[in-house]
Structures are given as structure tokens and as C-alpha cells.
Design a protein around this ligand. Sequence first.
Ligand SMILES: NC(=O)c1ccc[n+]([C@@H]2O[C@H](COP(=O)([O-])OP(=O)(O)OC[C@H]3O[C@@H](n4cnc5c(N)ncnc54)[C@H](O)[C@@H]3O)[C@@H](O)[C@H]2O)c1
Length: 311
Amino acid sequence: MTKILITEFIDSQSLQNINKKFDVIYKKDAWQNKDFLEREIQKFDGIIVRNKTSLDKKILINASNLKFIGRLGVGLDNIDTEYCKKNNIIVQPATGMNSDSVAEYVVNSSLTLLKKTHIIKEQTIQGKWPRTSIVTKELKGKTLGLIGFGDISKKVSNLVNVFDVSCIAYDPFITSKQMEAANVKKVLFDEILNLADIISIHVPLNNETKYIFDRQAFIKMKKQPIIINSSRGGVINEKDLIDAYKNKYISGFALDVFENEPVNEAFYNNITNDMNCILTPHIAGVTAESNVRVSNFIIDKTNKFFENFKD
Ligand SMILES: NC(=O)c1ccc[n+]([C@@H]2O[C@H](COP(=O)([O-])OP(=O)(O)OC[C@H]3O[C@@H](n4cnc5c(N)ncnc54)[C@H](O)[C@@H]3O)[C@@H](O)[C@H]2O)c1
């Protein structure tokens, strides 16, 4: 019998659709228990995870029966994909299923950081009535610099069209023709730093993207941009980001992802209520709607994979 382990939360309705012939163990906190995973993973043919379950070599080396990993999301930095490739383990992300949620998060963060509604609310309830003391801005006419031009960036560029925003993007793997089709101009990384009023990051975390936003990048920024990171912590050096804000190289930031999750004191002790920033606990892609889409997609792919699997 095909044995499937699910180690993080999944939509309960979607789970009803998993092939009834499978033996399914759903332990939504199993990601926290490395000993359990190391010991038990050899019993399973398939495993379904989100981003918190670390499927590194130390765990996978025990997975002698594993054929399929379903990822309820898109980033694969918690999975040793090289090991999987060498050992014929198929890794299936839920490509595109939560992009709309993330794209909306980017538009919402852009507007909030320009309108500063979070700071204005704070001061209003302190009785300060900050009608003219806080200067706010329009999104209309701004330049949005996208780092990476994959699924999410495309959706963001499409959404901001109605605001008359100019989009530029840095992605060495996408041609200028492909970008032009989406009304986006292909530029170099340094041009983004020079030209953008808003910078939104949508790249995977890997050796090339680790700390692409560090002190060197921040000090080249010309227009005191807003920075939005909903990709992966580690793409930005957080210490350098806080310094850049304090030294006015940037005018605000929204972080959904962090170098350490959950964030620790070393990070949040630097944050005060009057700062133009938004901090969210890795939820840009997790909405009620996307949770259903992602879960349905991975359950369907799991069913199909094992229906077609031949030893
Ligand atoms: N916060 C969340 O809840 C959440 C949800 C979904 C995705 N994500 C993250 O967002 C990232 C982007 O998602 P996506 O669906 O757009 O992915 P995608 O694979 O469609 O696009 C990523 C793009 O990055 C480009 N890229 C790769 N290396 C690059 C580099 N060194 N410099 C510039 N560009 C580079 C690729 O060419 C690709 O076009 C994912 O990797 C994932 O980690 C986060």
C-alpha cells in the first residue's frame, strides 16, 4: 500500500480527495520533530511538506522508499533537490498556486508604505492628529523595480498597470522580449538601484541571490526606495537593511520573510512603531483561497503520480 506522510498543515477539504487506497499519516507538527522524520521517513513512498520541514541530506538518506515530495508552496530551499535528482525522487512544487496572494501583498505593501497608514493610525490614537506632519505619496507614476521576473513578478506588473506605474526588472534568465510582452523593461541590477522608487524581490534563495541586498547595494540607491521582500530571508542582509533605513538610503520596507523564522530579538529590538515598515510572519502566499488552491493542486499531483508510478 502507498504510504504518504504530511508534515505541515493542509486544507482539510482537499485532503478528503486523496486516493482512499493510500495509507495517509497527517501530523501537522511533524516538521518540528527531526528525530521522528529521520526515524520514520523510510516507511513512506510520498511526503507532503510546506516550507518548514527540512528535507536535507541527513533526513533523505534514510528515505529508502521515497519517490515523491509534494511541496505546498513554491520555494524549494528546504529540500535538497540535488539529492532528490540523483535518487529519482520527484519534487513537485505548487507552481503558480499562491502567486496571486503574493502579488496582492506587494501592491498592498507599496500603498501602505507610501500612504503610511500604519504610522498615522498609531499617532491618531495617541491624539496627535498628524494631518500635515506626515507626508504621504501616490503610487501613480512611480517606477517599480522587480528583482526576478517569474510568475509572481509578472502578476505584480500586471496589477500595477492601473496605477500608471513603470515597471523595470532584473532577471538574467528572462529575455527583454519576454519582459516587453508584459510591458516591462529589462535592466541591469544597478539600474534598479538607480531608478526604482519601489523594489520588490521575487527570486529563489541560492548562492547567487544570498545577500544581493547588502550595504553595497543600499548605498547605491538613488531615490530612497521602498523595499519589499516576500521571496526568502537571506536575500537581504537584515542588519544592513536596518542601517540603510536609519541612514535614509531607503524610506521604508516590508518583510514577509526573514533570515531567522520566527524572528528573534536581535532583529525586532531594532524596530519601533514610528518606523515606516511592515513585518508579517511569512504569510504573503497564505490566504484562505490560496491554501485551497495549493492543497488541491498537490493532492491531485500526488494521486496522479502514484496512479502512474511503475517500479
Ligand atoms: N512569502 C511567501 O509566502 C511566498 C510565496 C510564494 C513564493 N515565495 C518565494 O518567491 C520566490 C519567487 O516566486 P515565483 O513563483 O515568482 O518563482 P519563479 O520561479 O516563477 O520566478 C523566479 C525568477 O527568479 C529568477 N532568478 C533566479 N535567479 C536569479 C538571480 N540570481 N537574479 C535575478 N533573477 C533570478 C528566475 O529566472 C525566475 O524568473 C520563490 O522562490 C519563493 O521562495 C514566497
